[in-house]
Design a binder for this molecule. Structure first.
Ligand code: ADP
Ligand code: RBF
Ligand code: MG
Length: 181
């Protein structure tokens, strides 16, 4: 099923600026699809209570000041490895535009996670990471439920399909109107 021609209830749902934190580091390393992870406690209740699944919308990044406290709180991945937080200081030009996103709200059954994560893949090529930057986003529609997979390739193929669905929907006038973030 493809998304409707314009956002339908409960969308649009918009956040404030949230911190980009680190996760397991699997998105880019294992899937070739990096995802900016967001702390769930910074999300509005309306987003936290959405069904687990894959959604799409728009997002905008902003560098943050270097003293943001999550770096002090959580500079390590769950496996203990250290992550370099540049707070988005290397973001330039088009990196700071409103960008299309696909996002996963889920427990990643393929990886047997047990905590819910909210992760955004921005459909844009960045020259640098942006851990510790801030991101504001707007969810405009639902794509599919979260699924378990027998292979990593099948998960990757579905995410590529999610990106194509999102790009098609976001090109429609009913969605473009909500681009102003
Ligand atoms: P983690 O598990 O720490 O989230 P990922 O492998 O998912 O690790 O990589 C996420 C990081 O990659 C983001 O926090 C961001 O700094 C960087 N990144 C680079 N390109 C993108 C992109 N197109 N979308 C999302 N994050 C990206
Ligand atoms: N993980 C799953 O286990 N099942 C899914 O159906 C699933 N769908 C995703 C869809 C999108 C658009 C994105 C960006 C991620 C999805 N993931 C899914 C999460 C993926 O497993 C996760 O990004 C990696 O584990 C890295 O954190
Ligand atoms: Mg991630």
């Amino acid at each position: 099923m493809s998304p409707p021609s314009a956002p339908k209830e409960p969308f649009p749902l918009t956040t404030e600026f949230c911190d980009v934190v680190c996760g397991f580091g699997r998105g880019s390393a294992e899937l070739g699809i990096p995802t900016a992870n967001i702390p769930i406690d910074q999300l509005p209740e309306t987003i936290d209570s959405l069904a687990l699944g894959v959604y799409f919308g728009y997002a905008r990044l902003q560098p943050s000041d270097r003293t943001a406290d999550h770096q002090i709180r959580n500079p390590h991945r769950p496996d203990g490895s250290r992550v370099h937080f540049n707070h988005g200081q290397r973001l330039t030009g088009g990196d700071l535009d409103v960008l299309p996103v696909v996002l996963s709200i889920g427990i990643n059954p393929f990886y047997h996670n047990n905590a819910k994560t909210v992760e955004l893949h921005l459909v844009h090529t960045f020259a640098h990471d942006f851990y510790g930057a801030q991101i504001k986003f707007r969810i405009l529609g639902y794509i599919r439920p979260e699924l378990d997979y027998t292979t990593r390739e099948a998960l990757i193929a579905d995410i590529h399909n999610d990106i194509a669905i999102a790009q098609r929907a976001l090109a429609l006038p009913g969605y473009i109107r909500h681009r102003d973030l």
